[in-house]
Design a protein around this ligand. Structure first.
Ligand code: AMP
Ligand code: MG
Length: 304
């Protein structure tokens, strides 16, 4: 399937699998509630959880959302790339109510993947594209995993290879004081280097609508920060390991970027062994490590 097929399907109001540098998205045109509703249905996603609208140009982003100087300078610094900006909604038809979950704000991102950009530049509308997994499950980072999760609902699966980043975009809110809502490859420190200090975190749950506690979860229960795996468990290692049970290596060289790129496929691979439990090595908080630990805590059901 080609980007032209994807453009045709989107234009007709149908769903596609869109490869991005973060994870595979389940794409639909953001201006068509009948298309957007298919995304919620395919994912089994609660309607109060707003979607990110993906765009191919900054002009398009500025037509959908109200950009201030902070939004512009962040977009210049990190777009195309794994940063989502939450700004006041400007064109509430371009990002329909269902896409925004009724909020008067909108989340916007320009992804860096060449095929995603080709599709987004080839259409006259924004594209909602939440991760292509069923709600609550690990995000797909290959076309095959996307097809396993929600293949029955899409017209076109674009194969863009394995996602190089591997965890979902950083989300920064620019409604009032700037806040870091979701950790991703663009770190808090990188955002602060561009727009100055971010506001302190609020209680989880108030920070970002729709961020559910149990999320990114495989079928097996997940235990995190495990140095010495228990007998029988499937172990997600980070560096050299002596355990003689099943091991899926996140990064033998202890590289957090490599671990992020492998995280969700490692959880899926471990799950396919039907272990009683999946145990995960401690991952350092540096760089994208904060995003890995955020996803792992949710996979383990620890955030609520
Ligand atoms: P995803 O699940 O990757 O599509 O990301 C969607 C997430 O972006 C939501 O769960 C929210 O955390 C965040 N988000 C999207 N729209 C908004 C918004 N208008 N205000 C605040 N956060 C938002
Ligand atoms: Mg998701």
């Amino acid at each position: 399937m080609s980007t032209a097929d994807a453009i045709r399907a989107l234009t007709a109001g149908n769903l596609i699998h869109l490869p991005t540098e973060t994870v595979y998205g389940l794409g639909a045109r953001a201006d068509d509630p009948a298309a957007v509703i298919k995304v919620f249905e395919a994912k089994g996603r609660p309607r109060f959880n707003p979607l990110i609208v993906h765009v191919g140009t900054l002009e398009q982003a500025e037509a959908i959302g109200a950009f201030d100087d902070r939004a512009r300078v962040l977009a210049k610094a990190f777009w195309p790339g794994p940063l989502t900006l939450v700004v006041p909604a400007k064109d509430t038809n371009a990002a329909c109510d269902l896409a925004r979950a009724g909020l008067d704000s909108v989340a916007l991102r320009m992804p860096a993947h060449p095929q995603a950009l080709e599709v987004l530049k080839g259409v006259a509308f924004g594209v909602v594209a939440p991760s292509a997994n069923r709600s609550g499950r690990p995000s797909p980072t290959t076309a095959a995993d996307a097809a396993d999760e929600t293949g029955a609902f899409v017209d076109v699966t674009l194969d863009g290879g394995a996602c190089p980043v591997g965890v979902e975009s950083t989300v920064v809110s620019l409604l009032g004081d700037a806040r870091y809502l979701r950790a991703g490859a663009v770190t808090r420190a990188q955002v602060e280097a561009v727009i100055g200090p971010l506001a302190a975190d609020e209680a989880e749950g108030h920070r970002s609508p729709g961020r559910l506690s149990l999320h990114y979860a495989p079928d097996a229960p997940v235990r995190i920060n495990v140095e010495n795996p228990s007998p029988g468990s499937a172990y997600l290692a980070f560096g050299p390991v002596t355990y003689d049970g099943p091991v899926v290596q996140l990064s033998g060289a202890r590289d957090v970027n490599e671990a992020a790129a492998r995280l969700f496929s490692a959880l899926r691979a471990a799950d396919k062994l039907y272990p009683p439990v999946i145990e995960v090595a401690p991952i350092p908080q540096d760089g994208i490590g904060e995003a890995i630990n955020d996803r792992l805590k949710r996979a383990a059901g620890f955030v609520g």
